[in-house]
Design a protein around this ligand. Structure first.
Ligand SMILES: Nc1ncnc2c1ncn2[C@@H]1O[C@H](COP(=O)(O)OP(=O)(O)OP(=O)(O)O)[C@@H](O)[C@H]1O
Ligand SMILES: [Mg+2]
Length: 352
C-alpha cells in the first residue's frame, strides 16, 4: 500500500489527488477554462496567479475527500516538467513545502508520464511492456514503455499535436474552446465520409515512401479551412458543422490508429495504452479498439475524466517511481521542456 498526494499545475488546471496504488481516494480539479476562454487560449501569467489562489483549498478538499490526515500520506509528488514555468512553480513549491513540513519524501513527475500511467487507474494489473499512444494538447507521440523510466520515442507529430488540431478546427468552425469535446459531440450527428480530407504523411528521404509512425496535422487543419471557405462562398446556408466535425475526427482517428497498430506490430508489442486529452475521443476509442482487436492487440484507455490533465495520473506515475526508490531533491528546479527519455534527471538525488 502506497498513499501518494500529487499536485498538477503544469498548465490551466489546479489539480490535487490522493491515490492508494491505483485507487483514487481524493481527486480535485479546479479548471481555469472559464478564465482563459475570453482570451481564446491559456495566458501563462493569469494561470500562475490562479494556481496560487486555488492550490490550498484544492489540497484541503482532496484530503477531506480521502478522509486522511498527513500521517497517512507516504510521499508528496508534483509535476516538475514540462509546462508553463510559473504554473509548475506553484505546484512544485507547495509540494516541496508540504514534504519538508511533514517530513515526507518528494517525488517530481514528468507530466507525460502522468498521461502514460493514467490507464492504470482502471487497470489494476496493467504493466509494461506496452506501446503508449500519447495524444494530448501539446503532444502526439508513440512511446515504447519498457519499464518505468525506460522509454523510447518511436514516432511523433512533425507540427500540430492532435489536441491542438481539434482546438484549431473548433475555432475555425466557431463552435467553442477547448475544441476536442465539442467536435466529438458534433461528430456524433455527422457523416464521417461527407468530406474526404487528406491524412498528413511525412515523406522519407530519396522517395523511400512515408514515415510509418510520424504524423502531421497542420495540412489537415488547412484543408478544413479551405473546405469552410469553399462552402461559405458557394452557399448562404449554415455550415454543415456536424459533417465537417465528423469528417475531421474520422481522419485524425484513422491516422492515429494506423500508426499505433503498425508500430505495435513492428515492435512485437501486444498492448497499446492511450493517454492524453484526445484519448477521450469517441471516434478514436472506437476505431482503435476495433482495429487493434482484429490484429490481436489489447487497447486500454484511461477513465474519461482522467484523460485531460488531473493529479490522479501524476500520483500513478509517482507511485511507480516511488516503488523503485526514486526520490527528488528539494533543490530540483522546474523545467519548461524535458524529453520523456530524460526523466531520470528528476531523480538525481538517487535511490532510497
Ligand atoms: N473528446 C475529445 N476529443 C478530442 N480531443 C479532446 C477531447 N477532450 C479533450 N480533448 C483535447 O485534449 C486536449 C487537452 O488534453 P491534455 O489536458 O492532455 O493536454 P495538455 O495537458 O494541454 O497538453 P500536454 O499534456 O501535451 O502538455 C485539448 O486539446 C482538447 O481539445
Ligand atoms: Mg496534459
Amino acid at each position: 500500500m502506497t498513499i501518494v498526494l500529487a499536485i498538477e499545475t503544469s498548465c490551466d488546471e489546479t489539480a490535487v489527488a490522493i491515490v492508494n496504488n491505483r485507487k483514487v481516494l481524493g481527486n480535485v480539479v479546479a479548471s481555469q477554462i472559464e478564465i482563459h476562454r475570453e482570451f481564446g487560449g491559456v495566458v501563462p501569467e493569469v494561470a500562475s496567479r490562479q494556481h496560487l489562489e486555488s492550490i490550498n483549498s484544492c489540497i484541503a478538499e482532496a484530503l477531506g475527500q480521502a478522509g486522511l490526515g498527513w500521517d497517512r500520506i507516504e510521499a508528496i509528488a508534483a509535476t516538475c516538467a514540462p509546462g508553463l514555468v510559473g504554473a509548475l512553480f506553484v505546484g512544485v513549491s507547495a509540494a516541496k513545502t508540504l514534504a519538508m513540513v511533514h517530513n515526507k519524501p518528494f517525488v517530481g513527475v514528468h507530466h507525460l508520464e502522468g498521461h502514460i500511467y493514467a490507464s492504470y487507474l482502471s487497470q489494476p494489473d496493467l504493466e509494461p511492456p506496452f506501446l503508449c499512444l500519447l495524444v494530448s494538447g501539446g503532444h502526439t507521440s508513440l512511446i515504447e514503455v519498457r519499464s518505468c523510466g525506460d522509454y523510447e520515442l518511436l514516432g511523433q507529430t512533425r507540427d500540430d499535436a492532435a489536441g491542438e488540431a481539434f482546438d484549431k478546427v473548433a475555432r475555425l468552425l466557431g463552435v467553442g474552446y477547448p475544441g476536442g469535446a465539442v467536435i466529438d459531440r458534433l461528430a456524433k450527428s455527422g457523416d464521417p465520409k461527407a468530406f474526404p480530407l487528406p491524412e498528413g504523411k511525412i515523406s522519407l528521404p530519396n522517395g523511400a515512401g512515408y514515415h510509418p509512425y510520424d504524423c502531421s496535422f497542420s495540412g489537415l487543419k488547412t484543408a478544413v479551412l479551405r473546405l469552410v471557405q469553399k462552402l461559405t462562398a458557394a452557399s448562404d446556408e449554415p455550415l454543415p458543422v456536424a459533417d465537417i466535425a465528423a469528417s475531421f475526427q474520422y481522419t485524425v482517428a484513422k491516422a492515429l490508429t494506423k500508426r499505433a497498430v503498425r508500430c505495435a506490430q513492428d515492435r512485437g508489442l501486444s498492448t497499446i495504452v492511450v493517454g492524453g486529452g484526445v484519448a477521450a475521443n469517441s471516434g478514436l476509442r472506437e476505431m482503435l479498439s476495433t482495429t487493434a482487436a482484429a490484429a490481436g492487440i489489447a487497447v486500454h484507455f484511461p477513465p474519461l475524466k482522467f484523460c485531460t490533465d488531473n493529479a490522479a495520473m501524476i500520483a500513478c506515475a509517482a507511485t511507480e517511481h516511488f516503488a523503485r526508490g526514486d526520490r527528488s531533491a528539494f533543490e530540483m528546479p522546474v523545467h519548461s521542456r524535458m524529453p520523456i527519455t530524460e526523466v531520470s534527471e528528476l531523480y538525481a538525488v538517487g535511490r532510497d
